[in-house]
Design a protein around this ligand. Structure first.
Ligand code: ATP
Length: 883
């Protein structure tokens, strides 16, 4: 419903009033003689004018309420159009920028700043629009509330005005119809009626005012709540009123029904009474008749009859008897009738009694009905009052709410007014920006072209630098490789390390388990062994003390391992007496793996690193040499015996037909291969440990690579050998198969010594074929190949002679390299007899200062290896070894 519709009752009431006024003019002449009547009319007129007076503020409110919306719409439509055009232009600029493939200007550039300023502006305008929409929604909600709240009082006012009009019409009619005296009487009535109507009207106006106030206060939540509560109460009261009215009408119906019933009953009773009265009358009449008949019949004296009977004939006698019988019967009839009459009288009495009772009950009902009616009226009145109060309150709240709405509206208007200058300045900014944006693509295109050129130039420069760097890098790499190989060559292709295992629980207790090995804290290549009351000094490339970790050892061997990717053949031996830690160093434990597994891991990472330039494959074989028999540990047929043969391709290389080679790509692959090797080794002999210490175990790793750019092929081989424990046969007193095993081990170890010796002394003949071990390792021991011997020693007293023996062997192998200094010790050592009791260099030391004078003997390495070189005679300090 629109505002105009909403106030229509007021307009119609006003028009009605004007009609009434017209009517009053007609009746004016009739009333003129009476001043009282004029007074009444004056009051009536004021009464009639009052709704009109109240109409004006309402209309004003309405106008104030309705006006801002179109104005707002008009203003906002301008702004909206402007904002949309602004957004369109910005979007167009962005799209153009994107289409041209140019980048968004950086925020620090003027274009970027302008763009961000426009964005901010749009955001601000959007926020304002949202605010405006929200306020409009709030406004419409309040309008609808106002409509709802003001609808009821308007109707009431309309009704009241209608009543007033009726009364006025009646008054005029009466004025015209009645004479002066009657008029006075009616005037009094009408004055009273008018006063009442006036009061009603005042009440309604008050309600209207309340409603308006409550309407304007509706913006506050509590008023809304109160309004709704009042409305609820009103509706409840109306429902109760309706119920009560229904109940009243039901009661009235019941009373009516009962009254009808009573009247029916009364009618019936009257009928019955009448019937009884008639019956009684009839009976009385009959009694009277009987009595008359009886009187008539009893007129002749009985005596006469008796006498007559006595004297009369039988006929008379019979007639007498008959008369007596009849008399008897009649008397009986009379008694019966009397009884009946008595009964009827009793019934009549009862009926009267009942009637009195019913009448009393009717009286009670009527009184009850009267009381209920009174109560109902009271209730109705209180409800009416409540309703009026509620309406009044609601009206007041509506009014205050409307006021708040108006205030809000004013605030919005003010906001809009304050926004306008900002909008103006923004428009100016925008126009500026528009120009900038228009020019921006050209500027951007130029900048892009320029930047592209710069970038191309820079890329070219960088490429040039890169080419140069790559060239230098390759040169450096070659140089580094050369240097490295030269270094290795100068250090000697055979390097000798020594690792001293820690004292273990298996070594037991007692004087025989005391440590006899000591170290030089300043030199990690020197080892002291207390033997037969003297301390022997052994000089090696590196000595690992018992506390050295697997990783420490690996750090020093990894350079050798990586060189096999560069195409070198590398051989690493673990040499030493049984139980000195060879297997521990080479294989290690699952949790703490040794050189074998770490070497493969390193190779994998190197392969991955070089994968861009090299296509590398790693294959693995496992071989065991026991009693000079070669066994394939990765074969399915464990009885298969392998032979070493010359390659028929004429390359002069050796190969082992039937040797299993497994390609490995990951640590998991290695573990599987090792597991298979271990299994095959274990299934072949019941005493695995026994057997393992009596055979040489070889892990052969082949690396084949092809350069992805040049196509150059390269192969390298890494032999990781866990040699059988060296044993001094004479000392151990071995017999039978143990003796044969020992002889085979010694034979292969001495063959290894012979080969190394021949290699180092650059003999023309190298006796590789003297044992399966050297024959198999031929290509890893000759040419440019690199060899590392890891001498394992036990630190305890019990093993001291074997320790000294192993160290002597190691030192002699190493001392071959020192031949460059012209001090070769081959005169003191025969490689074919590694177990011989040849004396070590006669340096007998005691803790403290060591004096020596030994021509041809040098402690330390050559000056090229960076170690200290001792003069031919002098002093060195010796630490006492562990006891
Ligand atoms: N560096 C070390 N740290 C801790 N324990 C070690 C070390 N070296 C060897 N051991 C232990 O010493 C014992 C013997 O080692 P290992 O089996 O490796 O000797 P071996 O020389 O291979 O013997 P064999 O020649 O009989 O095969 C093993 O229990 C091993 O765990």
């Amino acid at each position: 419903m629109s505002k105009v519709d909403q106030h229509r009752p007021l307009h119609s009431a006003a028009s009605d009033l004007s009609q009434v006024r017209g009517g009053r003019t007609d009746g004016k002449e009739l009333l003129r003689p009476h001043d009282q009547l004029l007074t009444v009319k004056g009051s009536q007129q004021s009464l009639q004018e009052e709704p009109g007076q109240h109409e004006v503020p309402l209309q004003d409110d309405e106008t104030g309420y309705k006006l801002p919306a179109p104005v707002l719409h008009k203003n906002n439509s301008h702004k909206l159009t402007f904002i949309r055009s602004l957004q369109d232009v910005v979007q167009e600029a962005q799209l153009r920028t994107e289409n041209t493939g140019s980048k968004v200007p950086p925020p620090s550039s003027p274009a970027g700043r302008s763009l961000s300023a426009v964005r901010n502006l749009i955001d601000m305008i959007n926020a304002l629009q949202e605010d405006k929409v929200r306020l409009q929604e709030e406004l419409s909600t309040r309008e609808s509330k106002c409509q709802v709240l003001s609808g009821a009082p308007q109707c009431e006012i309309g009704d009241l005005e209608g009543k007033l009009t009726d009364q006025t019409q009646k008054l005029s009619t009466l004025c015209s119809e009645l004479g002066t005296t009657d008029l006075e009487k009616h005037l009094e009535i009408l004055v009273v009626e008018n006063d009442r109507l006036k009061q009603d009207l005042n009440g309604s106006q008050l309600q209207l005012r309340h409603l308006r106030r409550s309407l304007s206060g509706c913006s506050k939540c509590d008023h809304v709540e109160e309004n709704s509560q009042l409305r609820e109460r009103l509706s409840r009261a109306q429902v109760e009123l309706k119920k009560t009215t229904e109940h009243l009408s039901e009661l009235e119906l019941e009373v009516q029904r009962k009254t009808e019933h009573v009247s029916q009953f009364e009618q019936h009773l009257q009928d019955v009474l009448q019937g009884k009265a008639e019956m009684e009358e009839g009976l009385n009449k009959r009694i009277r008749d009987y009595q008359l008949t009886l009187a008539r019949q009893s007129t002749p004296p009985v005596k006469y009859i008796t006498k007559t009977v006595q004297v009369e004939s039988a006929k008379t006698k019979q007639a007498l008897e008959e008369a007596q019988g009849r008399n008897q019967y009649l008397q009986e009839q009379v008694a019966v009738q009397r009884q009946v009459i008595h009964e009827r009288e009793q019934q009549l009495q009862e009926s009267w009694h009942n009637t009195a009772k019913l009448q009393a009950q009717i009286m009670i009902y009527e009184a009850e009905l009267e009381r209920t009616r009174g109560e109902m009226l009271e209730e109705l009145q209180s409800m009416e009052e409540e309703k009026n109060c509620a309406i009044e309150e609601a009206f007041l709240r509506a009014q205050s709410e409307m006021k708040a709405v108006h205030e809000n509206l004013n605030g919005v208007r003010m906001n809009l007014l304050s926004v306008q200058p900002a909008l103006k300045s923004l428009t100016n900014d925008y126009n500026c920006l528009k120009h900038q944006v228009r020019d921006f693509p050209c500027l951007l295109q130029d900048a892009i072209c320029q930047t592209k050129e710069e970038i191309f130039q820079m890329v070219e420069e960088v490429k040039e630098v890169n080419r140069d760097l790559l060239h230098k890098y390759k040169r450096e790499m070659q140089l580094r490789k050369k240097c490295h190989n030269e270094l290795v060559r100068l250090r000697g292709n055979i390097r000798v390390f020594c690792r001293v295992r820690p004292i273990t629980r298996e070594d037991g207790d007692g004087p025989e388990t005391r440590g006899v090995v000591s170290f030089d804290s300043d030199d990690d290549g020197v080892l002291y062994v207390s033997y037969r009351g003297k301390t022997s000094v052994f000089e090696l490339d590196k000595v690992f003390p018992p506390h050295a970790l697997q990783n420490d050892v690996f750090q020093d061997v990894q350079a050798l391992i990586t060189s096999c990717i560069d195409g070198y053949n590398v051989c690493i031996f673990a040499y030493g007496q049984t139980g000195s830690g060879k297997t521990y160093t080479m294989e290690g434990t699952p949790k703490n793996p040794g050189i074998n597994q770490r070497a493969l891991g390193l190779l994998f990472s190197e392969v991955a690193e070089r994968s861009e330039d090299w296509d590398l494959t790693i294959t693995v074989s496992m071989v065991e040499i026991y009693n000079e028999t070669l066994r394939n540990l990765l074969s399915k047929d464990l009885n298969e015996k392998l032979e070493i043969k010359l390659n028929p391709d004429g390359s002069g290389q050796l190969y082992v037909p039937g040797l299993t080679e497994i390609r490995v790509r990951s640590v998991e692959d290695i573990n599987r291969v090792f597991e298979l090797g271990r299994l095959n080794r274990a299934t072949d002999c019941t005493n695995v440990n026994e057997r393992s210490s009596r055979s040489h175990a070889l892990l052969i790793i082949s690396i084949a690579g092809t350069n992805t750019t040049s196509g150059v092929k390269r192969t390298g081989k890494l032999n990781l050998v866990d040699l059988a424990g060296s044993e001094r046969v004479g000392k151990s007193g071995a017999e039978g198969h143990r003796l044969r095993e020992a002889q085979n081990i010694n034979k292969s170890l001495s063959a290894l010594g012979d080969v190394i010796y021949a290699l180092r002394s650059k003999q023309s003949y190298i006796p590789f074929r003297n044992s399966k071990l050297t024959y198999l390792l031929q290509d890893s021991l000759s040419g440019d190949s690199k060899t590392l011997m890891m001498v394992q020693v036990s630190p305890i007293e019990r093993s001291v002679s074997e320790t000294v023996c192993s160290l002597k062997f190691a030192q002699r192998v190493r001392s071959v390299e020192l031949g460059a200094m012209g001090r070769r010790t081959e005169n003191h050592y025969s490689p074919s007899r590694p177990d011989s009791e040849l004396e070590p260099p006669p340096v007998m030391v005691q803790p403290g200062r060591l004096s020596y004078s030994q021509p041809g003997f040098t402690v330390g390495r050559s000056s090229l290896s960076g170690r200290r070189k001792l003069p031919a005679t002098g002093e060195i300090s010796i630490r006492p070894g562990p006891t």
